[in-house]
Design a protein around this ligand. Structure first.
Ligand SMILES: [Zn+2]
Length: 226
């Protein structure tokens, strides 16, 4: 066999696991839970799923952390269809992240949401990693943005007792991301054409389930632009 021919050889077809056989699918319990949930919802409101299938008209775009303890809809007790959601590690809004920018553009221009909520949380592992000098692999390139937030606010953070520093960095990160949302061309253009959209910065306490408004809401472009 010539060198290189091996890479062109046909790979065996992936083995398909049976999904319908009871006791075989290790995720069967999730399908069971899904079915039970769908039945409960439909029993309570038979029009719920047909209505949602026709369209979504959420008023809120939620930008939150991917942390499993911070499920957007549950925190604010809203059913499907009421939140347009983007989540990533550290609830970051990065100016070159086409994924996040596309969500913001779709939410603002197509769905015409009225509020963009950046919701961080105390105890955020992503934020904690910025305070540590430890390698995490590929994710370090993403977490770098959190180290930037720390650098921007170094003076304030160094003046705090270490126990408070972590919590404050979680808050400062939310504030930074609110600024980043407001500075996107999407938001600036929306405000320029008179759209009434407010960007909010919230933080969620995983210790008691409560959300706090950080008081950094914006309903107009930052001036001067920076
Ligand atoms: Zn987090």
């Amino acid at each position: 066999m010539r060198a290189g021919a091996r890479s062109l050889s046909v790979r065996p077809a992936p083995r398909r696991l049976p999904v319908e056989t009871p006791g075989v699918n290790p995720l069967q319990h999730l399908f069971d839970r899904n079915r039970a949930w769908a039945l409960r919802v439909a029993e309570k409101d038979p029009e719920f799923f047909p209505r949602l299938a026709r369209e979504q008209r959420p008023k809120y775009l939620w930008i939150g952390c991917a942390d499993s303890r911070v499920p957007a809809n549950q925190i604010v007790d809203l059913p499907p269809g009421r939140l347009f959601v983007h989540r990533n590690i550290g609830n970051l809004v990065v100016h070159t992240d086409l994924n996040c920018l596309s969500v913001i553009q779709f939410g603002v221009e197509i769905l015409q949401v009225e509020h963009v909520i950046v919701c961080g949380h105390y105890g955020c592992s992503g934020v904690r990693s910025a305070l540590e000098d430890r390698a995490h692999g590929l994710a370090d390139n993403w977490l770098r943005h959190l180290k930037d937030v720390m650098r921007f606010n170094r003076r304030e953070l160094e003046g705090l007792p270490s126990a408070r520093r972590f919590d404050r960095l979680c808050e400062l990160n939310v504030m930074e991301q609110v600024t980043n949302v407001a500075n996107t061309s999407i938001m600036r253009n929306a405000w320029k054409r008179g759209a009434e959209i407010t960007v909010h910065g919230w933080i969620y306490d995983i210790g008691n389930g409560l959300v706090k408004d950080l008081g950094v809401s914006l309903d107009h472009p930052l001036q001067p632009e920076y």
